[in-house]
Design a protein around this ligand. Structure first.
Ligand code: SF4
Length: 406
């Protein structure tokens, strides 16, 4: 089998779970041109992402050995029939948990089908992710993910704990908790802060990282657990901001103002000293004026992000924003995105330089390198085993935002 991942961190985590189940059932991971089955995990976040998904399915379906191509993910949820028409052996399976059984069934491995489902099998990765939440109840006007993924839902407490602890038992020293709207994780009154607290309580020498969390979901309880964890809850928050303009945020359907966003950033810095705050931001949302773009730049400077993912707005058919008549000229979008990327590079350099001389917990990922709690690559002394979590003090920042603790 071969795997093609398109899209976000959640997709990556889900594909890892699919791969682990298939490997457990006896499948071997091989390059696409040799595979009997190709799983394409699609993403529909932008029109561009959707086009990429169709291209990947079409390319796999055209391989000379005619593999079974199983398409899953957001595009598979939204456009079942269209994807199925891309090739004779294309199978669309919107429910990711059922993909392994579907692959095995299509290959005629009947002994495996029905028993292999994704999730709950440790992936054996150095920094595995565990998806504890899916779906979203927000309706951001540029987004189709909430339509594809459905309403917010969470793994039951025991299941979430069991899946994370299985990764720890398999040797992981860092586990990334992921979800489409992770901050909405809840099983009764047991939320993300409680889950993190219990995991920290029950394990030793394991760091936990939150993938991405909507700003309004960052509660004082969560910050307090992070702040008191001694770095075992990674000092890192990825808080999608999308714009620094109150008007644009409102038109996007985002649930906070710039001032509220900055209050979350300040509270995080107070509770977790040295925390790395990262964001997603969209340049050129429909109707974005020069003044509104300047407001975005100002918010980014004020937030002093450690990392920024800058996206050029691209029309996502089926969303309210795509139907808006005041689309921004693509050249203006490109110029705004480039200004934001320049600022992002400067701020990253500043954040990385400030880590020099500070003790860091580094998860060693091989090749003499690892990642800090704030997600900066760091060179470590020779001879440290891959997968270990070690405390080091970087003595220099090298070009390419690389710390040196050798
Ligand atoms: S929070 Fe907004 S952008 Fe994120 S998945 Fe939900 S609707 Fe989409």
């Amino acid at each position: 089998m071969a795997l093609v991942n398109l899209g976000c961190r959640v997709n990556r985590v889900e594909l890892d779970a699919i791969a682990a189940s298939l490997q457990k059932a006896g499948c071997e991971l091989v390059p696409e041109p040799d595979a009997e089955a190709v799983v394409v995990n699609t993403c529909a976040v932008t029109g561009e992402a959707e086009a990429k998904a169709r291209k990947a399915v079409r390319r796999a379906a055209a391989l000379p050995q005619a593999p079974v191509v199983v398409a899953t993910g957001c595009v598979a949820n939204l456009f079942v029939d269209e994807l199925a028409e891309l090739g004779d052996r294309v199978v669309v399976e919107p429910i990711k948990g059922l993909v392994p059984a579907r692959v095995l069934g299509e290959l005629g491995w009947s002994e495996g089908s029905g028993t292999a489902t994704a999730g709950g099998t440790p992936t054996g990765r150095t920094r595995p992710g565990v998806k504890i939440q899916d779906g979203c109840d927000n309706r951001c006007t540029y987004c189709i993910v909430w339509k594809a993924r459905g309403a917010a839902r969470s793994l039951p407490r025991n299941e979430a704990l069991a899946q994370v602890l299985a990764e720890v038992d398999a040797g992981a020293h860092e586990v990334v908790l992921t979800g489409i709207n992770l901050g909405r994780y809840s099983d009764g009154g047991f939320g993300l802060a409680e889950l993190l607290d219990e995991l920290l309580e029950r394990t030793d020498g394991v760091r936990y990282r939150l993938s991405s969390i909507e700003p309004p979901e960052v509660t004082p309880a969560l910050l307090s657990v992070m702040g008191q964890s001694g770095g075992m809850a990674a000092p890192f928050l990825h808080l999608p901001v999308q714009s620094g303009s109150a008007g644009v945020l409102k038109r996007m359907g985002r649930l906070y103002t710039p001032a509220e966003y900055l209050r979350v950033v300040d509270a995080a810095r107070e509770a977790v000293p040295g925390i790395a705050v990262a964001c997603d931001i969209i340049a050129g949302f429909p109707g974005e004026t020069d003044e509104e773009h300047v407001e975005s730049v100002a918010l980014c400077r004020r937030a002093a992000f450690a990392n920024m993912h800058v996206f050029r707005y691209s029309r996502r058919p089926g969303t309210p924003a795509a139907a808006s008549p005041d689309q921004v000229d693509p050249r203006v979008i490109a110029a705004r995105a480039s200004e934001l990327r320049g600022l992002a590079r400067d701020m990253r350099r500043t954040y990385v330089a400030a880590r020099v001389g500070q003790p860091e917990l580094v998860l060693v990922e091989g090749g003499g390198k690892g990642v800090t709690g704030g997600l900066v690559e760091c060179l470590v002394p020779d001879g440290i085993r891959e997968g270990s979590l070690v405390s080091v003090t970087p003595h220099a920042a090298l070009p390419g935002s690389l710390l040196d603790a050798r």
